[in-house]
Design a protein around this ligand. Structure first.
Ligand SMILES: Cc1ncc(COP(=O)(O)O)c(C=O)c1O
Length: 388
């Protein structure tokens, strides 16, 4: 699907190709069903039908009401809207000014929380994590305050693959009456995202991580959760997010999510054995290698290591020359000489954190590709070590 004879794509956590079935559902809405769903006429009605069908499809996947969904332009926007929108609304409502956030969030959450702290008078408290980057529900419980505006804990981490006990953390927040947001941007491709099972009040999605198009996301917001709109203008999304709907992309998001949820078992069966093979092989064959993230409670397509005495960016460049597309930590970090905040939160020494490699698998990968990769990797790690 994604690979040619010279290149092997091993970076599905950065983005995925659009599933052909998803593309087929999207195409008619570029040229025929192109109307603006806010228009009164036939064309508008046609687009509105597509919009509401997509909304229902996403709602069915999440087990929520269609009115509890807000379509956005990406996972980052969903995170921004959840954090800023809920925190500011809670502050206006009852002066809540305490934010409880994990230190292993995507920057879409951390940078927003940091801005709320530096510019809007919130106190930002980071939750502790264990050596695998997991947050414990007990730590959340002991830090909740009457004035906590929002708790945000990532569902499955993009850099280290660790899956958090969202359901249990959600229960703690629910009992205290504090809104709880989770970033499921990486999780939704492989894990169930039933919002009632997860006990969440807000949940972020981004379509391009599960074979949908880039540039479209969604935020689930439990009915009754306060929200200050961040994008103001038209009355779209029940006055919670202005802007003409991107119908083809929203249709694509809905279909991609539906396929991820209905084909979950098949997808896991495809990637998980390759994931386990890479982990076992690298730990055995490459001295000075260490798995990052939880050994079991991790995404089924996610592999991440740190290598002693290796510059992660040099390794990525060498891998690229040899035809392997991987990543170190999050894609946005590539070319950034600073170690990732997520890896530092695991208490890894800076030198080790700089030697990270992330391999994320998808439906386009084959065992033969993995065999070729595993055959070539040890020599490349050695070459980069010698450079350093
Ligand atoms: C966990 C997580 N949250 C949020 C995002 C941002 O999503 P988007 O690229 O759709 O803005 C990403 C993308 O890397 C992610 O992995």
């Amino acid at each position: 699907m994604t690979n040619d004879n010279r290149h092997i794509y091993l970076d599905y956590a950065a983005t995925t190709p659009v599933d052909k079935r998803v593309l087929e559902k999207m195409l008619p809405y570029f040229t025929q069903g192109f109307g603006n769903p806010s228009s009164i006429h036939f064309y508008g009605q046609q687009a509105e039908t597509a919009l509401e069908e997509a909304r229902q499809k996403v709602a069915d996947c999440l087990g929520c009401q269609p009115g509890e969904l807000i379509f956005t332009s990406c996972g980052s926007e969903s995170d921004n809207l959840a954090l800023r929108g809920i925190a500011l609304a809670r502050k206006m409502q009852n002066q809540s000014d305490h934010l409880l956030v994990s230190p292993v969030e995507h920057h879409a959450v951390t940078r927003t929380a940091q801005q709320l702290a530096s510019q809007f008078g919130f106190e930002l408290e980071y939750l502790p994590v264990d050596e695998f980057g997991r947050v414990s529900p007990e730590d959340v419980a002991s830090r909740l305050r009457r004035t906590t505006a929002l708790v945000s804990v990532i569902h499955a981490n993009n850099e280290i693959g660790t899956v958090n006990p969202i359901r249990e953390i959600g229960l703690v927040c629910r009992e205290a009456g504090i809104p709880f947001h989770t970033d499921s941007v990486q999780a939704a491709g492989y894990l169930p995202v039933s919002v009632d099972d997860l006990n969440v009040d807000a949940l972020s999605l981004g379509a391009h991580k599960f074979y949908g198009p880039k540039g479209v996301g969604a935020l689930y917001l439990r009915r009754g959760t306060p929200l200050l709109p961040i994008l103001t203008g038209g009355s779209q999304e029940a006055n919670r997010r202005a802007g003409t709907h991107n119908i083809p992309y929203i249709v694509g998001l809905a279909e991609a999510l539906f396929l991820s949820q209905t084909e979950r078992e098949t997808r896991i069966k495809h990637v998980e054995p390759m994931r386990d093979h890479i982990i076992a092989n690298v730990l055995e064959e490459i001295p000075g290698s260490k798995l990052t993230g939880h050994p079991q409670k991790r995404l089924p397509n996610h592999v991440s290591f740190v290598f002693n005495g290796v510059d992660g960016n040099s390794l990525l460049m060498l891998l690229d020359v040899e035809g392997y597309a991987c990543s170190s930590g999050s894609a946005c970090k590539t070319g950034d000489p600073e170690p990732s905040d997520v890896l530092l939160a695991l208490n890894l020494p800076r030198s080790l954190a700089l030697g990270s490699l992330r391999i994320t698998l998808g439906m386009g990968n084959t065992p033969d590709e993995i065999a070729a990769f595993l055959n070539d990797l040890p020599a490349m790690v050695e070459r980069v070590r010698k450079l350093g």
